[in-house]
Design a protein around this ligand. Structure first.
Ligand code: PLP
Length: 435
């Protein structure tokens, strides 16, 4: 690749491409940090020929790793046969039917019926709308309020934005819809108090990630969701699990809620269902809700995306799940996750500015602190500089700096011990450099 081509692409990018969740100032000053051209396994390659470990599975989603020929093959075949046909008005296609029943067979408890979307934000909007519609059908139209947790991230569609506890996402469009409320992360008491204050008969649903991703990989205490489930049942509130990151193996179990032994009423998924090979997501609803819909619904379900049940995306999803199962990647995530934690702990012993470390499967976080005793942060956060330095050394990571200074990890579930060691070696080298 010539320098000329890179300069040309950089100029076009700066002028014509408004990037998602990106600092416009930074883009205009520097242009793209990398222009990727290839991916294979846990590695990405940019147009200058640099290789990087994709320590985030890109956006917590490329679970089976990059460059899977067999997914490309089924995609090509499906695209040539039937890329897309509508699923509105009872039309259907075989990949959508097969994937819905496959997901129903894998999902916990009585989660049996799937509504398809093209991603996580649409999934959470759908879950919120299905929950509200449910209460209309049940003759409780006042049940419209949604409760979520501080530091949660549920996406950027309007409902998902309002449900997101990370305030910067809501402030961006001054999205402060009155029906959305936020409870402290680990506090079951605050949840109860909030429900009581709002009036339980006005609350439609509580939504939560099993483990918060963008909020800093926050892993709830063992009994948190059991208590939440009890409270939701007591007040007749629907419990929505946002498994967009945690679904399909990321935490070392197929779904994150399995760690807590709790079955939600609805579960949204995306990312790992297709490992990013196609835009796909959805919501699984319980048999009970589905039955109530079947009995009470008279008219049309006035919610649906053009791409709900996209044949090509669903075929890709089926192949992706087949790989997850065949290669036992969920088990590998559990196993390698333990090794990753050990590696983090060894680094923690070596560097005094590493605060808390945590992992659950191949989802992890390292907090950076000025003082371990007080938890005091560096004045201007260290983690953004840190991840720039790991990238120079061939490892792509991400930071969380909302009210903490944290580096987060979400490598592909195919990670081998040798690849983990390489990741840890780069981390060690970078910590040594910034210390
Ligand atoms: N929910 C969670 C927990 C997420 O992490 C994300 C994206 O990172 C979303 C929802 C939104 O998904 P998408 O970006 O596919 O719309």
């Amino acid at each position: 690749m010539t320098i000329q081509l890179k300069e040309e692409l950089k100029a076009l990018d700066q002028k014509h491409f408004l990037h998602p969740t990106t600092s416009i100032e930074q883009q205009q000053a520097q242009g793209p940090a990398a222009i990727f051209t290839e991916g294979k396994g846990i590695y990405l390659k940019d147009m200058e020929g640099n290789t990087y470990i994709d320590g985030m599975s890109s956006l917590w989603n490329v679970n089976v790793g990059h460059g899977r020929e067999e997914i490309a093959e089924v995609a090509k075949e499906q695209m040539a046969t039937l890329a897309f046909s509508s699923c509105f008005a009872t039309f259907s296609n075989e990949p959508a039917i097969r994937l819905a029943s496959k997901i129903a067979s894998l999902a916990p408890g009585d989660l049996t019926t799937v509504f398809f979307t093209s991603g996580g934000s649409e999934s959470n909007d759908t879950a919120i709308k299905l929950a509200r519609h449910y209460w209309l059908l049940k003759g409780q139209p006042e049940r419209q309020k949604i409760i979520s947790r501080t530091q949660s991230y549920h996406g950027v569609a309007m409902g998902a934005t309002n449900a997101t506890g990370l305030q910067a996402f809501r402030d961006f469009t001054n999205s402060h819809a009155p029906d959305f409320h936020y409870v402290y992360n680990q506090s079951v008491r605050h949840l109860r108090e909030t429900i009581e204050a709002l009036g339980p008969e006005t609350v439609a649903a509580f939504i939560s990630e099993p483990v918060q991703g963008a909020g800093g990989v926050n892993i709830p205490q063992k009994d948190y969701f059991k208590e939440v489930r009890k409270i939701c049942d007591e007040y007749g509130i629907l419990f929505i699990a946002d498994e967009v990151i945690t679904g399909f193996g990321r935490t070392g179990k197929l779904f994150g809620m399995e760690h807590y032994g709790v079955v939600p009423d609805m579960m949204s998924f995306a990312k790992g269902v297709s490992s990013g090979y196609a835009q796909l997501g959805g919501v699984v609803i319980s048999e009970k809700i589905h039955q109530d819909y079947c009995e009470l619904s008279k008219g049309t379900l006035m919610h649906g995306y053009t791409y709900s049940g996209h044949a090509l995306a669903c075929q890709v999803g089926l192949k992706n799940i087949e790989i997850l199962e065949r290669e036992k990647l969920v088990e590998n995530a559990a196993h390698m996750g333990e090794a990753m934690l050990e590696g983090f702990k060894a680094l923690q012993e070596k560097y005094s500015f590493i605060g808390r470390v945590r992992t659950i499967g191949l989802l992890g976080a390292i907090e950076l602190v000025k003082s371990r005793e007080t938890g005091e942060l560096f004045q201007s956060y260290l983690s953004p500089i840190f991840v720039q330095e790991t990238m120079k050394r061939g490892l792509i990571l991400r930071t969380v700096t909302y009210d903490q200074d944290t580096v987060v990890f979400s490598p592909p579930l195919i990670l081998s011990k040798a690849e983990l060691d390489e990741m840890l070696r780069i981390l060690d080298e970078t910590f040594e450099y910034v210390r």
